[in-house]
Design a protein around this ligand. Structure first.
Ligand code: 5GP
Length: 140
């Protein structure tokens, strides 16, 4: 069996965490690094490294919980006026713990958090858009 990662140890209770939600399939707990107050991670109890490893059944069990967890976090504080929900998949995307997890980052007025936003500065010509879209369409 693969060595346990830090989130496996949180799930098993071997190391502590500030848990906010738990059911048979997922555990949600505060991120040690509170990017903003209430920054929460949700992890599948079944170990998968990243989004690329979810089958449909696991996706159904885990990803359908996102709105419920987001609403609970938002309801916890009237000052929360928005939320970034993000998932880093793979090292180049910023993933540092290789047990899939979803970040819920509540947003507040003037919270000064600067998340990298997708650039709008790389438009391409029509043929290139078509080629790129077709390359992806073919994979389904
Ligand atoms: P990633 O960069 O992989 O998307 O995010 C990993 C997150 O896990 C980071 O935001 C980091 O603060 C958080 N983290 C790492 N180790 C622990 C831990 O032991 N407990 C908790 N609660 N969060 C952790």
């Amino acid at each position: 069996m693969a060595e346990e990662d830090i989130f496996d140890k949180i799930i098993s209770g071997e190391i502590p965490a500030y848990k906010v939600y738990e059911d048979d399939d997922v555990l949600a707990f505060l991120d040690l690094s509170q990017a903003t107050p209430g920054h929460t991670l949700m992890v599948p109890k079944q170990h998968v490294d990243s989004i690329f490893d979810y089958d449909d059944a696991l996706a159904e069990k885990v990803l359908t919980k996102i709105p419920k967890v987001a609403r609970a976090i938002k309801a916890s504080d009237d000052a929360i006026i928005g939320m970034n929900i993000l998932m880093n998949n793979g090292e180049p995307a910023g993933q540092s713990v290789f047990h899939s997890h979803i970040h819920f980052i509540p947003r507040y007025a003037d919270d000064d958090l600067n998340l990298p936003a997708p650039s709008t500065e790389h438009p391409v010509d029509e043929q290139t858009y078509n080629e790129r879209a077709e390359k992806i369409r073919k994979q389904f």
